[in-house]
Ligand binder design. Structure first.
Ligand code: ZN
Length: 466
């Protein structure tokens, strides 16, 4: 099998590692202990919240997911994943992916390939026709995606590959896809093990189940966005979807579309899904200039709402922009300029807990000095009070979210102002050449990263030749 891989790598918590090794941190110091100090006694309800209601999703499970055990513990996760593919207001994301033409902008270096937006000038009936086509194409994926669970491989949570295959389609199928190709989505069996082990999913709290189901479901659709692309084009060279997207990662583009941010899990040392944090889908260099990439807290109440039918009724009518991104109560940056962590918050009560952490770091540093070992983390913590409103503002421009109305809404498309940024494009030696952007090379990217303290906690994709 000749195939390319699209890796989805997960949290890198390396503390001040400038080497190209993407290893787990040696100690819990760094961002995880900062988050723990800020959220002491779970004051922001990032782990447990008695007020959240049980899930009530009973929507049909999309045929794409029929490979999974639809009646077992994954049921709630599959209902959520299916909601992401159920409504016109969310399916609209896939229209440019399937119907956009590849265009090249010559005034950027390297030249940027992106997709036209067929919705811009579409009439209501053309729009409906394309949405019908999206539904047909997604049904086609039910017999042209293979799912597999794989052994955990470093920080890879999921990845998409291509595989040549005999014709799997019928005359009733969408003709928009490559005909002799299928997509393979590999998922870490970390997800699976939690559902089946004795002290896993069934023994967990409602909130812990929500976090795991949320991460799994959003990971599946993140990968399906890649799979739609490879089935359409026949390769893994993703152009940008919109001309001013910060990069060409279609999975992130989908997360930005639906959540208005990228949501990732923290501490991976325990089974299940630990608390979630979010970041802006923006340009890394611009973020560095602006004082460092910002990571903000994601409350359980935000996560829990996705499991309620009422939320989906709102999204069906008004689109995903009707659901506001999580309200941040603290933000963490690692500032190269100051060689320090910067914590911004609207809650003054966290200050003494940050001070305690700082003292602990100083003690650790002193004991390392005795051993003549270099400390691997900055022990400086800067603190900043910001009112709640100000705290919600990002330090970098972010792609505008496309508004939805049940009628033609090209105004939103035309007026969407997106950040203009240089794409950090990485050419993989094994990638086919071309003007398109290969799925962003995570390893190459991490080699280039020069931040003093590396708190990258993102999932990125990579193209590799098997
Ligand atoms: Zn088909």
């Amino acid at each position: 099998m000749s195939a390319h891989l699209s890796y989805r790598l997960i949290p890198i918590m390396t503390d001040q590692q400038t080497s190209d090794k993407r290893t787990a941190p040696e100690t819990s110091s760094g961002i995880n202990s900062l988050i723990a100090a800020a959220n002491k006694n779970d004051r922001f309800k990032l782990l447990e919240d008695d007020r959240v209601l049980a899930g009530n999703l009973e929507n049909p499970i999309h045929p794409i997911f029929s490979w999974f055990d639809c009646d077992g513990p994954m049921k709630q996760m599959l209902h959520l994943a299916s909601q992401f593919l159920a409504h016109d207001s969310v399916l609209i994301f896939f229209v440019p992916l399937l119907y956009g033409r590849e265009l090249t902008r010559n005034d950027t270096r390297p030249r940027r390939t992106y997709l036209s937006d067929p919705l811009t000038h579409a009439s209501d009936s053309e729009r409906q026709e394309m949405l019908t086509g999206v539904r047909l194409a997604l049904r086609c994926l039910a017999h042209s995606i293979e799912f597999r669970f794989m052994k955990p491989e470093k920080r890879v949570y999921a990845r998409t590959l291509t595989k040549t295959a005999k014709a799997v389609h019928t005359s009733a199928c969408s003709t928009i896809f490559q005909q002799r190709l299928i997509a393979v989505i590999e998922i870490t069996d970390r997800f699976l093990r939690f559902y089946h082990c004795d002290d896993g999913y069934r023994a967990s709290s409602r909130c812990a189940q929500f976090r795991h189901d949320f991460l799994f479901a959003s990971t599946l659709i993140h990968e399906i966005a890649h799979a739609v692309g490879v089935m359409r084009r026949g390769n893994l060279m993703e152009p940008c979807i919109h001309v001013n997207d910060p990069d060409s990662e279609w999975g992130y583009a989908w997360e930005q579309f639906v959540f208005g941010c990228v949501i990732n899990p923290q501490d991976r040392t325990k089974l299940g899904t630990n608390l979630l944090m979010r970041k802006v889908w923006g340009d890394a260099a611009v973020a560095e200039e602006a004082g460092g990439k910002e990571y903000s807290d994601v409350s359980m109440s935000y996560i829990a709402q996705w499991f309620r039918q009422e939320t989906w009724d709102i999204i069906a009518k008004r689109g995903p922009t009707a659901i506001l991104p999580p309200t941040a109560h603290f933000k963490i940056q690692s500032s190269r300029k100051y060689g320090a962590w910067i914590v911004s918050t609207d809650c003054i009560a966290i200050k003494p807990d940050l001070a305690t952490l700082r003292q602990e770091w100083e003690r650790q540093r002193a004991s390392l000095d005795i051993l003549s070992r270099r400390a691997t983390t900055s022990s400086k913590i800067f603190w900043r009070f910001q009112d709640t409103e100000k705290l919600q503002k990002s330090n970098v421009p972010m792609p505008a979210r496309v508004p939805w109305s049940s009628r033609k809404n090209q105004d939103g498309h035309q007026k969407a102002i997106r950040t203009s940024s240089k794409a950090a494009l990485v050419s993989e030696p094994d990638s086919p050449s071309g003007q398109q952007t290969p799925m962003k090379g995570s390893i190459s990217t991490s080699r280039k990263r020069k931040a003093v303290v590396d708190i990258e906690i993102v999932r990125v994709s990579k193209v590799l030749k098997v």
